[in-house]
Ligand binder design. Structure first.
Ligand code: HAM
Length: 414
């Protein structure tokens, strides 16, 4: 037997309705905010992520599925959605079109990480990218969109953390202060963070190592270093979130793991799914489009991990309604009854009612057992008496209640 590669999962027929529910809700909510869907290729030229995500990030350094194709080009399976969307936005001239461009996507992503609960090598994201606006009201709107989506799928127990990591200019000053402080404590840092000190000191702030956490607890705080414009921007985001009654906490430790972020960054975190508790992450990226060869067009977005959303729904007992459940299972007895069942089944399906009947020549008892297994709401028994009277016996499986229903009023009855 050949099993799936490590860190990947099959979505089985009995579970796919849950995915469809998440995807439908994502599309519906995104559309109410004026967004349209984009579909970009599963793989890009590696350069998109080197330039977009950033060469000092864990994703680029350790986690990308990169290979040479038969033409000798370096290709990478997308580890996230944003860089590809930004590339498509420039590539297709959308930066010269109507702005802001409001885009959403549902895509698989690939990262070579150590698999654990909520961390896969192939996973799925629902994301949005709003491109072209620098007003803080769009930051608040994007956060609202994420919050609305989470509520609409049935998640109420997540906390929103926000921060500002400033712009290119104020971040430089902050990085110097951070390097100075961390440099004095370098011996206590984990080997990975020692390496990060010169390359990407901000990342040390979200290291999960306990020794590093002790050091970073007293590190200089970025909000004390951001410039007046960044500070005003952040104040406006907070004000609008307060007006919209979206609860949040400011957390100076939220720095995000990708290089493209500027100013607002945010995460929705849950305590109910173990160590990988971040269900949604996002932020502003004002330099990304220019980094990929476009104009100086700002952007902001987020992505939620669909597997983590499903885990959270399951762990908190939220039931997703299954629209595929069979409404009526016909249990015919004999060949003539089978023809009647076939006809009635077809009539129900034409009205969009989920109906099914026996394909296995089972006896009547086993048909009931089967109907029970597939969770059918009703079983309709058809035998020679029923054919003679043009009436079937409809049994409601939940409580065993039986009623006689003429063939021609079945649809009306259901
Ligand atoms: P990210 O924080 O790397 O951000 O990923 C976003 C979400 O994807 C995470 O919060 C998590 O739910 C899910 N996720 C990430 N890695 C894995 C994994 N290995 N297994 C399962 N789920 C995972 C981004 O990707 C940015 N592109 C988000 C963004 C969009 N920022 C601006 N626009």
């Amino acid at each position: 037997m050949i099993s799936v590669p490590k860190g990947t999962k099959d979505v089985l027929p009995q579970d796919s309705y849950k995915w469809q529910f998440i995807e439908r809700t994502a599309a519906r909510v995104a559309k109410t905010f004026g967004a349209s869907e984009i579909r970009t290729p599963t793989f890009e030229h590696t350069e998109v992520f080197l330039r977009g995500v950033g060469e000092t990030t864990d994703i680029v350094n350790k986690e990308m599925y990169t290979f040479l194709d038969k033409g000798g080009r370096s290709i990478t399976l997308k580890p996230e959605g944003t860089a590809g969307v930004a590339r498509a936005f420039v590539d297709n001239g959308l930066i010269n079109g109507v702005l802001p461009g409001k885009i959403y996507y549902i895509t698989q992503c690939f990262r070579y990480e150590r698999p654990q609960a909520g961390r896969l090598r192939e996973f799925h994201q629902f994301g949005v990218e709003f491109l072209g606006a620098s007003n803080a009201n769009i930051d608040a709107e994007v956060i609202m969109l994420a919050s609305t989506f989470l509520k609409e799928v049935g998640i109420n127990n997540v906390s929103l953390y926000i921060n500002s990591i400033g712009c290119k200019n104020c971040r430089k000053k902050y990085q110097q202060a951070l390097i100075e402080y961390l440099g004095k404590n370098i011996d206590a840092l984990c080997p990975l963070c020692k390496d990060r000190l010169e390359k990407n000191p901000l990342r040390i702030l979200d290291c999960k190592n306990e020794d590093c956490k002790k050091i970073t607890a007293n590190a200089p705080k970025i909000l004390d270093y951001i410039c007046d414009e960044c500070s005003e921007h952040f104040e406006k985001v907070k004000k609008l979130l307060t007006v919209a009654k979206v609860p949040f906490k400011v957390d100076a430790g939220i720095v995000r793991g990708l290089d493209y972020y500027t100013r607002t960054v945010f995460e929705f975190v849950s305590d109910n799914i173990g160590a990988q508790g971040t269900v949604c992450g996002g932020g502003r990226y004002d330099g990304l489009i220019a980094q990929l060869g476009g104009n100086d067009v700002p952007g902001i977005g987020f992505a939620v991990g669909i597997e983590r959303i499903l885990m959270l729904l399951e762990n908190t007992g939220v039931q997703i309604p299954n629209p595929n459940k069979v409404k009526v299972y016909f249990a015919p007895m004999g060949e003539e009854a089978e023809e009647v069942a076939f006809k009635l089944c077809t009539a129900l399906r034409e009205k969009g009612i989920v109906a099914d009947f026996d394909h296995m020549n089972r006896g009547i008892k086993s048909q009931f057992k089967y109907a029970d297994k597939i969770g059918a709401e009703y079983v309709a028994v058809i035998g020679s008496d029923e054919i003679a009277s043009g009436t079937l016996k409809l049994k409601r499986m939940a409580d065993g209640q039986e009623s006689m229903v003429p063939f021609d009023s079945l649809i009306e009855r259901l």
